[in-house]
Design a protein around this ligand. Sequence first.
Ligand code: NAD
Length: 502
Amino acid sequence: MIDLATTTVPHWIGGGRHSSASARTAPVFDPAIGVQTKSVVLADVDDVEVAVSAAAGAFPGWAKTSIARRQGVLFAFRELLNARKHELAEIITGEHGKVIGDATGEIQRGLEVVELATGFPHLTKGAFSENVSTGVDVYSVREPLGVVAIISPFNFPAMVPLWFVPVAIAAGNSVVLKPSEKDPSAALWLAELWKEAGLPDGVFNVLNGDKSAVDGLIRHPKVEAVSFVGSTPIAQYIYENSAKVGKRVQAFGGAKNHMLVLADADLDLVADQAINAGYGSAGERCMAISVVLALEPVADRLVAKLRERIGRLRVGDGRRGTDMGPLVTAEHREKVASYIDLAAADGATVVVDGRNPSVDGEPGGFWLGPTLLDDVPVTSRAYTEEIFGPVLSVVRVGSFEEGVELINSGRFGNGTAIFTNDGGAARRFQQEVEVGMIGINLPIPVPVAYYSFGGAKGSLFGDAKAYGAQGFDFFTKEKTITSRWLDPARHGGIDLGFPQND
Ligand code: NAD
């Protein structure tokens, strides 16, 4: 395996590490210690060219590799990943900061997509209709696209690449993955694993870098499709700039997920779930709950239950059995903390203040404790913008309709949840919210691999979701063939009219 403690994280191109001539690097930190442990190379134009050329060179052979052989590689990859996921979890925690159990959880959710992809023949097969007209058959086939670019965010360095990479590879494409420069080592580790699983060199490549690498990929004429996951402004940029040069594109953006709590809900269940979904992974999840809409008269009781539970959370180094780790970088910690300042200045009550937490970890770590805000004004930027940290806001609402109206008035539409014992209310909620993924009495409704993941509005640009049947549709193009094998006795002769079926 690659020695990930080496000072510079390289690219992985054509089946091995690729040393770049680029002089640019970015620091990679251990967030629980607060020190730089590595650098990552930032691709220049030549690196983009080398990566895309390697992928383009590998594509024809892989696309023509039999379904049975491709399946064999996927099964081998699944076995290796399952056996060695603890190694990968350590790598993730060392660069992202999330606790080991949570890192293992994200790998497990990625494994689900690998398992889905092992059954790809069922999801890429076409259709056949015999005798649509006399002597005429119609059938369809799904073919791979070519080189596809996948650009991923820092918060799930394994799971988000695994939403796309196994699907794209199973379908016969070759891939250039551009991971986040904040935690790039998981991608390198996965590359090594693909090689061990028998994937031919060049089918999976990792290009490290920043905006220059991304721009190089989305403009490259040999890149056929782009899957992006990240913040909403960048997602919109990627969508517009990829689509205008004719690429197939899906761009997943940010989120501000609300949980609506009706007065008949089980408040202990609500409090437990809001804590899990608000502070798990230090709130750095696109499906985190960041707003609890409490229908009066339960808000006071709910806030008390949340405060009591927060008091029991242990913040600290994720390798020490704590509940919540640090934020990914010092800058991100400062940004999240600034939203607490802002909410307080706008009139919110800071019920639990995480700005000076006591931690089980090194003092230099990028710590921010779980924070609970109450009565957050819906005009505050602390309410309208994505915070992406361990900050849970309570907003009190007077009615079901007011709650739904708030959910629908935001710019995001990734996930939402309702907590109630009233099935009719839950059903109405499901019909009326303009959100892609909905939980009923559970807070992080990330669909299983055989459904598809994706939000609405500013949370997804493009019309194809990730994984499931939609994932395979995105990474393949359909051809429809209309064929006639003539009975030698039946020739139609000349007829310039538009073909009609008979
Ligand atoms: P980000 O937008 O800063 O970065 C995402 C990727 O884009 C990275 O690979 C980064 O190198 C690249 N990038 C950054 N700036 C760029 C620019 N100007 N031009 C081109 N590329 C650029 O996001 P992040 O901070 O890494 O991740 C957190 C964000 O991702 C949050 O907004 C979160 O909600 C979102 N997210 C969304 C989903 C989803 O499924 N909708 C899933 C995970 C994360």
